[in-house]
Ligand binder design. Structure first.
Ligand code: EPU
Length: 342
């Protein structure tokens, strides 16, 4: 395990917040981590915080404890049954590199998640999703090391309890207890494109591609084009993707809202539940493109808060509180951050 003291976290968070960590500890393999937990973890500054690429968190102050980083990067085909493969990827691998690799090998299912920032391990914790696909649907198992005794534990798909931007690893009982070392995906050797999310078919036809015969590589490019047109590049403008989750309301609440706002957009979830795009609620509340100090609500996708240069975590927190309060005052709906505040 590699240990560094008093290190800037600037390269480790996509919001571009300049704070330091007391210790950064990185491990190269499952054995390396298990060994360290058994022999030297007691000496590390607490609390422990495992991060990926820091693409879904907001540091509000210097971190007094130890930041853990996985440097485990590999892909291995474990098995094949019929036209399905089980493929293992190391938790420190960049998720988009894994998706590109999977497509090149003819293992399909993750195309719609192309270019989401972050690593394989963190994407399982967060159950990342985009364009009608959630990663949890393709996860077969998640392999971990216990941070209390260094033992191995595998969580099956069902044990992961995936739901919208949620997994057991975010629950009070399990949060911070395990480090993910690898993720096993169940992927398909036949390509069944998922083109139903709004905007995909339109982009395919403007690219002059026949949707009936689109390849996985072409779909990946289309998804990347859509993302690039809507979402700011964290390397240019610090951000953590969607700052808020889209709120889920019951049908009665939704119908009450439609009497005042007949054009309110929605995603149907079930007979009783409807998801409302937070982007719409934020825009209607007058926040699209507005700033607070060096923090701003993005002018194209208001679901994203951005660091316009040198913002502190607190400036972004203040902006997020103001946005949340305005949405609540106007619609009576409470929007919750998807981003983790540290
Ligand atoms: N909208 C507005 N004003 C705007 C932009 C959007 O009113 O300025 C409304 C429109 O009605 C639009 C709707 O918001 O149809 C939805 O917008 P979009 O599909 O672009 O995004 P979303 O549903 O709000 C979710 C994910 C994104 C993911 C996209 C695409 C969440 C919190 N966010 O956003 O995930 O890329 O769908 O699938 O679920 C992320 O998690 O970091 C992320 C970017």
């Amino acid at each position: 395990m590699q240990i560094q003291h008093n290190i800037s976290l600037l390269p480790h968070n996509t919001f571009g917040i300049d704070v330091t960590a007391n210790i950064i500890a990185s491990y190269n393999s499952e054995e390396d981590l298990a060994n360290a937990v058994k022999t030297c973890f007691h000496a590390l500054a607490k609390p422990l915080l495992h991060i990926g690429e820091g693409s879904n968190l907001l540091f509000t102050k210097d971190f007094p404890g130890t930041v853990l980083l996985s440097k485990i990067v590999y892909v291995e085909k474990l098995s094949q049954s019929g036209r399905q493969v089980i493929v293992r990827a190391g938790s420190g691998m960049n998720m988009d590199d894994f998706i590109a690799h999977a497509i090149s090998k003819g293992w399909y299912g993750l195309e719609n998640l192309s270019k989401i920032p972050g690593q394989v391990g963190a994407s399982a914790v967060q159950n990342i999703g985009a364009y009608g696909v959630e990663v949890g649907n393709c996860i077969h198992a998640v392999n971990c090391i216990s941070l209390s005794d260094g033992s191995n534990k595998t969580f099956t798909h069902d044990e992961c309890e995936f739901s919208y931007r949620h997994s057991i690893f975010k629950s009070r009982e399990y949060k911070g207890k395990y480090a993910i070392t690898s993720v096993d995906y169940c992927l398909n050797m036949d390509f069944n494109p998922n083109l139903d999310y709004a905007g995909i078919r339109q982009q395919i036809s403007s690219a002059g591609i026949d949707a009936q015969h689109i390849s996985a590589k072409e779909l990946r490019e289309i998804i990347i084009q859509i993302r690039d047109s809507k979402l700011p590049d964290p390397k240019v403008l610090g951000n953590a993707g969607s700052f808020f989750m889209n709120p889920i309301v019951d049908r009665l609440t939704f119908e009450r809202l439609t009497t005042t706002y007949p054009n309110i957009p929605k995603y149907e979830l079930s007979d009783n539940l409807v998801k409302i795009p937070a982007a719409w609620l934020i825009e209607q509340s007058g926040w699209k493109g507005r700033s607070h100090g060096r923090a701003a609500v993005h002018h194209i996708q208001p679901l994203v808060l951005v660091n316009t240069g040198g913002a502190t975590g607190n400036e972004i927190c203040e902006l997020s509180d103001m946005v949340r309060d305005s949405v609540f005052a106007k619609f009576g709906i409470s929007i919750k951050p998807e981003v983790n505040f540290i």
